[in-house]
Design a protein. Structure first.
Length: 246
């Protein structure tokens, strides 16, 4: 059976064209052989609404993803904390299925909880307040009704405020809370979860209610393209040097 690939935290933007190329190469390479591709959030460095598809980079990413879908790889998208305004219009353009923020999918027989991971950083109260505010559909609607230039301005302001805030935060606050991980595993009755967001790729083992569980954390794309390959044979983290990178 073909493998399933997981990526997150690409933060694609015009500032880093090499990564956009690496993403295209990944789609044209390993993704073609895969049964499914899961993007677990922060595909884009910022998403201000689906009319961002007017941006050639965004449109190109959607087209490349939909080519993968057309070639037979199922494409699933989750929203991250940078692109939480990704909507159905983008998903349609990308030939992708937009998933809720936390969902259990069976992977080769193992029910696996999938999420971006920001919701596990419960010690970061300031960020969780921000997240709760944006979770309100009326707040989202109001923001999305603003003209493009206004959203772009507000987005830039929020990003620089978040950078300033994160500089002052202790490392532990920026990671997931152990209690939140256990609570999520219990709530969704799973022994395995995969998430991104923290940029701390790892395979953690833990015991929840006497059951052995594991938590797989995806790598970001700041230095190199990487993905997690899940197959019948097991799980493997891989980096990817696309042929078009050079
Ligand atoms: Mn994130």
């Amino acid at each position: 059976m073909p493998p399933t690939l997981f990526i997150s935290d690409l933060h694609l933007s015009r500032e880093r064209p090499a990564l956009v190329e690496a993403f295209r190469a990944l789609l044209a390479g390993p993704v073609r052989e895969a049964a499914a591709l899961y993007v677990l959030g922060d595909l884009f460095d910022v998403w201000l609404g689906d009319d961002q598809l007017h941006d050639p980079l965004a449109a190109g990413v959607a087209t490349a993803l939909s080519a993968s879908a057309d070639a037979g790889t199922r494409v699933y998208l989750q929203r991250g904390n940078r692109d939480f305004l990704l909507g159905e219009r983008f998903a349609r353009a990308a030939g992708a299925t937009l998933l809720p923020d936390a969902i259990v999918h069976p992977l080769y027989g193992t029910p696996t909880l999938l999420m971006h991971g920001d919701q596990l950083c419960t010690d970061d109260l300031k960020y969780q307040r921000f997240r709760a505010w944006w979770a309100d559909p009326s707040h989202r609607r109001r923001f999305l009704a603003l003209p493009w230039f206004a959203r772009r301005g507000i987005g830039a302001m929020l990003r620089s405020a978040s950078r300033r805030a994160n500089m002052g935060k202790p490392e532990t606050i920026m990671d997931v809370s152990a209690d939140a991980v256990v609570a999520a595993m219990r709530e969704h009755r799973v022994a395995r979860m995969i998430h991104g967001h923290t940029h701390r790729p790892a395979r953690h083992e833990l015991v929840v209610d006497e059951a052995r569980c594991e938590r797989l954390v995806l790598a970001d794309w700041y230095d190199r393209a990487s993905y997690l390959r899940v197959g019948e044979e097991g799980i493997e983290a891989r980096t990817y040097e696309g042929s078009s990178r050079g």
